[in-house]
Design a protein around this ligand. Structure first.
Ligand code: GDP
Ligand code: MG
Length: 302
């Protein structure tokens, strides 16, 4: 199964909210007019496109006035073009030029960080890379246990300490151990919750600093995991993280479990960061490199 087919299947709820409902608008041979365009805009809001909804319908209206939009196919085509313009081009896989390449994964509690790290580890392992995971979420022992279970399953190294240990010390040890073992990739898991948000942000900054002491360019990537089921609400949370750490990319998780996948367009516009991967299920293979065209086609085309 190719990526388009997989996305069609896994993003079926968002697809129903967009593609199927667009078909519904045109049922019974309804003509293109202002009332239809109004309903289309509403539909896009309901599908959680946020500010993107007004923009793409505005473009559609301009084309309609110019006589370029006659029916359903033209509408889909116009939406496809406008939505693709709003997405940053595919970033592809990172190039792993640094050894080790250090990835710092941040996000609120429950957003899917640990699961996403398991998926990344599985992915990089299957590409033949050596991977080490650092359990910097020391807030609860169960967090490191969860990471360790995934590490065992994928046959990758893990560095962990006891509950309450300094997360920056775990980061330091992870990089040192990766150096000894000559690992290609280090993925650092972090806590999404502390006593206060200020503490959390200070902690993330410290992990970033400590990694930078071993390699001035580390962490080479800082990926923010956003829970796709939160739709547009993920944006405010995300801004909080982008103020504390140097976020370089986004991973939107749980897109299989929501009709709000259209939020990705608003999220990308607001945050101006590339979406690297999307999560489409709970198991380790349910991670896709984010390909804008495949994504748009899977949720929009009939
Ligand atoms: N359906 C679905 N569930 C996910 C996905 N990613 C994570 N989850 C679930 O979300 C919950 C929280 O995930 P976890 O990785 O522990 O979040 P963390 O607190 O950020 O580390 C778990 O029940 C995961 O199985 C996904 O892509 N799809
Ligand atoms: Mg976790």
């Amino acid at each position: 199964m190719g990526i388009f087919e997989r996305l069609k299947k896994n993003l079926v709820r968002t697809r129903t909210a967009l593609s199927d409902r667009i078909s519904g608008l045109f049922r019974g041979g309804r003509p293109m007019d202002d009332s239809l365009l109004g309903e289309l805009e509403e539909l896009l809001y309901t599908a959680d496109l946020g500010s993107a909804a007004a923009d793409v319908v505005g473009e559609l209206k301009r084309r309609h006035v110019r006589g370029e939009i006659r029916g359903e196919e033209d509408v889909r085509h116009s939406l496809r073009t406008s939505l693709l313009e709003r997405l940053q081009p595919e970033g592809g896989e990172i190039d792993f030029v640094h050894r080790p390449t250090v990835l710092l994964i941040v996000g609120v509690n429950g957003s899917g960080k640990t699961t996403t790290i398991a998926k990344l580890a599985h992915r990089f392992r299957s590409q033949g890379r050596s991977v080490l995971l650092g359990a910097c979420d020391t807030y609860r022992a169960a967090a490191a246990d969860q990471l360790e279970t995934w590490a065992r399953r994928s046959g990758v190294e893990i560095v962990r300490k006891s509950e309450g240990a300094d997360p920056a010390a775990v980061a330091y040890e992870s990089l040192a151990r990766a150096g000894e073992l000559s690992c290609e990739v280090v993925i650092l898991d972090t806590a999404g919750r502390l006593h206060t948000q200020k503490n959390l942000m200070e902690e993330l900054k410290k992990i970033q600093r400590v990694a930078g002491k071993q390699d001035p360019e580390a962490p080479h990537e800082v990926w923010l995991v956003l829970d796709g089921t939160n739709g547009q609400n993920a944006i405010q949370q995300a801004k909080f993280f982008t103020q504390a750490v140097r976020v370089t990319g986004l991973i939107v998780s749980k897109l299989d479990g929501t009709a709000r996948g259209g939020a990705l367009f608003g999220i990308q516009k607001e945050l101006d960061l590339p979406v690297r991967y999307i999560g489409t299920g709970e198991t380790e293979e349910k991670l896709e490199v984010f390909e804008p065209e495949a994504f748009v086609d899977a949720v929009l085309l009939g």
